[in-house]
Ligand binder design. Structure first.
Ligand SMILES: Nc1ncnc2c1ncn2[C@@H]1O[C@H](COP(=O)(O)OP(=O)(O)OP(=O)(O)O)[C@@H](O)[C@H]1O
Length: 316
């Protein structure tokens, strides 16, 4: 099994004239998990990936794969498989022929072509000309190309573009399986919803700057917790909350009590003998946090508080 490598960006900067497309990006991408590279259109994701792959020269800083710049890799296709958005395939060539050309150039044995076509679900159509491929089939072909050298690192730009819901589900499972094998998988997207169910970690870029790096779980681990509580007798519940001086907002799913833990809300209800039908903690919606970070109205969540660290440390 190929080893994943750490991807490291250090002060990475790219200026196009007056435009700073990527601004002092410092981040690490670890093997073994799918990492989402998120940001709105124009945030600088593609430019970052192009610098990582040696396609664009950085104005400043470095981007390395296992400690080496792309140009220093002895066997690039066997180390990192990359599919950037505009992967172009000659329409008059078959998918198998395309892959065979790349395989030969990289010293990869020919049977590998059929293997990767099978892996991405194109085994039956590998002999067809790419000109007749749907966008989703081209995406799969792009992925097949990245897998040719059985690399430990995969870098994919918007791989779900053009896929139907079934294709998106397939891609999700496929990328997670590759990461579970120990590979490094970096996937860019401008849509949180696309990444949400695939990635464990995320880097979020806005206007060329890193606004968040961490796990998706940490992203919503903010102070904006609330408790949602409900009871068959809502009037009695309202009286119990009033008696405990807890402010609440009636919603369809129950009452939302902002900034109060479920245990305190449950105790208030119990004190008045009110039976509950629901009691749960609610964090801010992920989408809300993402958009706030991107438009600058929200700060990145602070590092996990000490109390959580010691609980987790104690459990180990
Ligand atoms: N070759 C170039 N010359 C001049 N400006 C460029 C060039 N390439 C990118 N830019 C600019 O750099 C910024 C970042 O673009 P980039 O394509 O990296 O963003 P992105 O996050 O990948 O967006 P998208 O999701 O739309 O691809 C944009 O303002 C873009 O116009």
């Amino acid at each position: 099994m190929p080893d994943g490598h750490v991807l490291e960006f250090s002060g990475l900067t790219k200026r196009f004239g007056a435009v700073t497309a990527v601004d002092a990006l410092t981040a690490r991408v670890e093997p073994g998990v799918v990492t989402g590279f998120l940001g709105p259109n124009g945030a600088g994701k593609t430019t970052t990936l192009r610098m990582l792959l040696g396609l664009v020269r950085a104005s400043d800083g470095t981007a390395t794969i296992g400690g080496k710049r792309y140009a220093q890799l002895t066997h690039p296709l066997q180390t990192v498989g990359a599919a950037l958005e505009a992967s172009s395939f000659h329409p008059g060539r078959t998918a198998a022929r395309h892959l065979a050309v790349y395989a030969q150039a990289a010293g990869i044995r020919r049977p590998r072509v059929d293997e990767v076509l099978g892996q991405v679900g194109l085994a039956d159509v590998g002999g067809r000309k790419v000109g007749g491929y749907s966008l989703g089939m081209r995406q799969r072909l792009g992925l097949a190309y990245t897998l040719l050298g059985d690399p430990g690192v995969l870098v994919l730009d918007e791989p779900a573009n053009g896929l139907d819901p079934e294709g998106i589900r397939w891609m999700r499972g496929f990328l997670q399986a590759l990461a579970a094998e120990g590979r490094t998988v970096l996937v860019s997207s401008h849509q949180l919803t696309e990444i949400q169910q695939t990635a464990q970690d995320v880097l979020i870029l806005a206007r060329g700057r890193l606004v968040f790096q961490g796990s998706l779980r940490e992203l919503t681990d903010t102070d904006e917790q609330a408790t949602v509580v409900d009871a068959p007798d809502r009037d009695a519940l309202a009286r119990a909350l009033d008696a405990a001086a807890l402010a609440y907002q009636p919603m369809r799913a129950g009452f939302v009590v902002a900034g109060v833990e479920p245990v305190a809300v449950g105790a208030a209800a119990a004190a008045q003998g009110v039976a509950l039908s629901a009691l749960q903690r609610r964090g801010p919606a992920l989408e809300e946090v993402f958009l706030g970070l991107v438009d600058g109205t929200r700060e990145a969540p602070s590092p996990t508080p000490d109390v959580t660290a010691s609980v987790e440390g104690g459990a180990r």
